[in-house]
Each structure stands twice: as C-alpha cells, then as structure tokens.
Design a protein around this ligand. Structure first.
Ligand SMILES: *Cc1c(COP(=O)(O)O)cnc(C)c1O
Length: 308
C-alpha cells in the first residue's frame, strides 16, 4: 500500500501576502503555502507524486524508483513519503557521490541511492533506460524525473479546489489568476487543467526559454483533452537555472523580513521577483487578486551556499 491514510490529507493554507509594492499598485495577493503541508514532505512535489503513487498501487508495486540531482526536491519528497507511508524508495542520482544536506536526508529516510555519473544520467530519456533497473527492482514502479507528465499534473489539479474552499475565509469572492514558478511546467499544467479557461495561470520560468516548458505544457493539455487552456509563460530565470545574483538575494531577504515567509532563490524567490517586475510595469489593473503558489523547495536551499 503506497497511499496515505485518510487521516493524512495534506492541506495547504491560503494567506494574505502584504508587501509594499503590492499595496502601492493596488494588487492583492494570497499565497498558497505548499511549503507547509507537512513537516517532512513539502511543496508541489507531493502533489505531483499523488497520481503516480495511485498508479503504482494499482499495479501492486511495493515502492517507487525515480531520479534527480543531489539537491532534488522531488527525491526529497519521495523519500520522505516512503518513510512516512512505509514503502521502499530507490533514487538514481545525477553525478558522482557527494554528501549534500539533501543526500543526508535521503539516506536517513531509507532511500537506496545509485549514482549514475553525468553521462549515465543523460541517458534517462532513452527508451531502454529503465529496463535494467526494472530487472534489478522488479517490484518498484518508475516515476519520471520531478514526478512530471500527465499523472504529475493531474495530482496538482486539487490545488484549485483547495483555494476555492478558502476564498471566503480571506474575504474574497473570486480571484483573477494564478502566479507560480515553473521548472517543467507540470504544476502549472495541473492548474490549467483544473481551471479549464476560467482563470489564467501565469508561469514564471525558472529555466531558460529554450527548455521546452511550453511544449511540455501543451503536451499535457492535449493528452488531457482540455480545450480551454488559459496560461502565459514569463521569463524569470535571471540568466539561467540556479543562477543566483545579489539583487535576487536582496529581494528575498527583504521579502522574508516583511512577510515572515521563507523563499528559496531557484524557484519561489525568482517567481515573486518576476511578479514584482510585472506589477511595477503595470501588467495588472488595480484591484486584481492573484494566488501566488509557494511551491516549497526550502530543503534544497541548505546546500546552495556550499555548492556555488
Ligand atoms: C520542482 C519545483 C518547481 C517546478 O515545478 P514544475 O512542476 O516542474 O514546473 C517549482 N518550485 C519548486 C520549489 C520546485 O521544487
């Protein structure tokens, strides 16, 4: 059994976000705290896993095998879920053995690790990549990098219902759109499916524009056969994925002080900073109400200073 008990249903709270530049522009933002759904299992990666776990459960798998880097939020959420829910996990890692805070946690949560090197990791999209691993671990169910694809997106659809259920508590009767960080675009695609055109979803790209996010989102939308897809992708990576600059770090520090909410520089910090740029450039009319998704990722921040 890979699924959580009914008594453990992670709920993300929705809170007003008060920041000077928002009030100046007359924009209201509510932040959906996926970073706080559980002490161990954090962020959008849990929601991206749900349908993969159901699918694994249906075929009688005893655990999950997946892949990621030495700071991977996905492997972290997966290992934590395996420990919490009692299924076995195997992680295939990019590069050569190293001890990051994330890797320490993966081991502590009982995930079995294999280091593929860089060349080995690059073969992960080839048709026969999984075959030797499935021979070695026949009872484990493979999940693609980051928990992506249609199954990943389907698990994120429930975020819309969770927001709708909390609007009244905020004193809102509706909202005008979503704003969130995109890596593969899977989480955004889930919201696009759930909205079916009702509210637009704005994706702040944490990766360069040539990483195929738009194609990935289109593929999911088509697979799901949803015809009303309202979304927009905006540049937000500031020179490359995981590139960090002083202005960004400054922005994060100021925001944390003003709001009491922690951000990390790869996704959530860049996404909120891109929102500020767009708000200051007049993209949204006064009175606009947006949902900003805090996609988590704070665990990965621990390893940044030592690595860069
Ligand atoms: C993985 C991740 C994202 C990107 O999610 P996608 O579904 O790949 O677009 C955003 N924020 C954080 C913190 C993440 O870990």
């Amino acid at each position: 059994m890979l699924l959580p008990p009914k008594t453990w249903l992670p709920q993300a709270s929705l809170e007003h976000l008060h920041l000077d530049w928002l009030s100046t522009a007359g924009i209201e933002v509510a932040i959906l705290r996926l970073d706080q759904i559980d002490p161990l299992i954090s962020g959008n990666k849990w929601f991206k896993l749900i349908e993969h776990l159901k699918s694994a459960d249906r075929v009688g798998a005893e655990g999950i095998i997946s892949l990621g880097g030495a700071h991977s939020n996905h492997l972290h959420a997966l290992a934590a879920a395996g420990k919490r829910l009692g299924f076995s996990t195997v992680g295939l890692l990019r590069g050569h053995p190293q001890q990051t805070p994330t890797v320490n946690d993966l081991q502590a949560y009982g995930m079995q690790l294999h280091w593929l090197g860089y060349a080995g990791y690059r073969t992960r999209h080839e048709a026969d990549f999984w075959q030797p691993w499935q021979t070695r671990y026949p009872t484990l169910y493979p999940v693609p990098e980051g928990g992506g694809g249609l199954l990943g997106a389907l698990g994120c659809m429930q975020l819309r219902a969770s927001v709708c259920a909390q609007l009244e508590g905020l004193g809102w009767n509706d909202y005008d759109g979503w704003w969130l960080a995109c890596g593969t675009g899977t989480t955004l695609a889930g919201l696009v499916l759930a909205e079916a055109g009702e509210h637009p979803v704005y994706g702040a790209l944490a990766v360069p524009g040539d990483h195929g996010v738009a194609q990935q989102v289109e593929r999911i939308v088509q697979e799901a056969a949803v015809f009303d897809a309202a979304y927009e992708l905006l540049e937000a990576c500031r020179g490359g994925f995981a590139k960090v600059d002083p202005l960004l770090l400054d922005f994060i520090e100021q925001t944390e002080q003003a709001s009491g909410i922690s951000l990390e520089p790869l996704y959530t910090g860049k996404a909120l900073m891109a929102l500020r740029q767009q708000v200051e450039a007049g993209k949204f009319a006064r009175g606009t109400r947006l949902i900003f998704v805090h996609t988590g990722g704070l665990q990965g921040r621990r390893g940044l200073s030592s690595e860069n």
